[in-house]
Write a protein of this length. Sequence first.
Length: 654
Amino acid sequence: MVSTTSNTTFGNNQNGFQAHTIHGSVHVGLENTLVRLPYAEDAPFNSYAKQHEPACLADTRVDLLREIHSWADGQDERCIFWLNGLAGTGKSTIARTVARRYHNKQRLAASFFFSRGGGDVGHAGRFVTSLAVQLAHNVPALRQRISDAVVERDDIASQSLRDQWHHLVLGPLSKLSDSGRPASLVLVVDALDECDSDNNIRIIVRLLAEARSLMRVRLRVLLTSRPEVPIRHGFYQIPDVEHQDVVLHNISRSIVDHDITLFLQHNLQLIARERCLRAGWPGAETVVQLVQSACGLFIWAATACRFVRDGKRFAAQRLETILRNDGKATAAPEKHLNEIYITVLENSIQEYTDEEKEEQCRGIRYILGSIVALFSPLSAQSLDQLLDVAEGVRTTLEDLHAILDIPNNQSRPLRLHHPSFRDFLLDQKRCGDRFYVNEKSTHENLARRCLEFMSAPGSLRQDMCNLSDPGVLRTEIDEETINGNLPPELQYACHYWVHHLERSGRSIEDGDATHRFLETYLLHWLEAMSLMKETSLCVRLVARLQGLVKSSDSTVALFLHDASRFVLRFISILAEAPLQIYSSALLFSPEASLVKKEFIAQVPQVVEVLSGRDAEWDACRSVLEGHSDYVWAVVFSPDGQLVASASKDTCQIR
């Protein structure tokens, strides 16, 4: 049994309070404690999803890697090394190489590789908690301290990024004892510009800079990104003495060309051996021409090599196609990247008639557009279902392995090889009319397909897991049962349909598809979200739907207002027992509730309220839970965004 004392200060001297609380906790199994922290499985450099991603070849990036290693291993006061560069200049490959080096040296604190549209790695929601979990595993001396931090504040995952960073990362690191303490640790954060919130990007930069305050261990942060405005603004607020910057696209062109030459020679030699091509193929002169065409972009060289390799027995002809279609070597790097992407796309339709080409292009646009607009990657199998593609996603994309990672296992998600391809497809000037993807139209289509899929027979329904008993708790339902009844494509639709509707720019009107869905499937959707452990998200999603309503006095506006009251009032019940939404929630809703009137027929016949029914919603919007003793102090933060409550047992900030 241990006791920890903490002081919590909230607000300012005029309207804040300070709570001195004693937290008693028992050291339970460390793994059971750490599992409470939300974790992004694809975040680490060596995650399953990244196992085929390359590291730097031997004898490439020599000077740059030496500079990074010298900074990481030395006494330099600058705690951040910001490696920035244009798309395709090799930032992620360098980040993986550095992460692998310090992982092998047992000095890697953690790594987080952002990826737009990558689900949990496309936003900052699990950034700090994922770092904390990795720290606990990678640095044994920290495991108990991080576990204690989770026990001390069991709601820490719902707190601000700053609170999470201080409580789960900086706090435990600052308390490291001398025994077993490494001299320095390296934290790798890749592609921060891929995070979906500019505000969170700025916050993360500032938080990472706080590593300089650590006295007992040196925490080195390798950060890679494009030189986007939010990141540059974040660094403007940090003294120059705290970060070292290297701009990849400003490195001497001769050095970069040398490295690309080695990369091309290595990969083309592998292809020559695989296809039994003549000795010396393709020749030094061709390699020089390819290097000039790459224009300093490693992604151009990587895409070209994948395109040639995918040609199999026509590998040599595909190389000729690249050489023939490439423009002037003096053109801008982006133009060269456009040309290699267009070459790959055009090659996939070259054998068709003009009419067939148009049909194939429509299919490619539809599927590729959906892939680049997804908020979390899906497998070809799931996309077949969600998009209702008759000919199959894999069949349509079978000639696009050069730009897409298409796993043989149909249950594994499809991914872009590089985010620059997304930028290319969404820019009509770059890709032309034939392959251009209109982002708003694509989101509109995905929102429509999500609604249609959730409304289809066998999708959303009452008692989706066939539990029969309304008293079954969510903790008593095994994941296999849930996943068997809510396949990945249905979970995606439930989670992201509102996001797609927002991005489409469309409003909600009386009698439209969204209104009809809510009037029929609202409770089934809430049940599904409870099974997915996403109940708290429902509050925010309903609020976002309210913001999309065209007329504030419309029927759908009134229904959503009532739905908001319904979800807020019964959120705790819904989170604990999914089927209680059809009994407790409906039964104890006021008689005037529009949700109750719409779905009253779904209440189990064996349950009846004999007295105590409310006529209208009262002033209470929601009950904040988490205390086991009397609450003796409550205060709002100065900006009105947070509320703190204190009792004898603990202090809660929400």
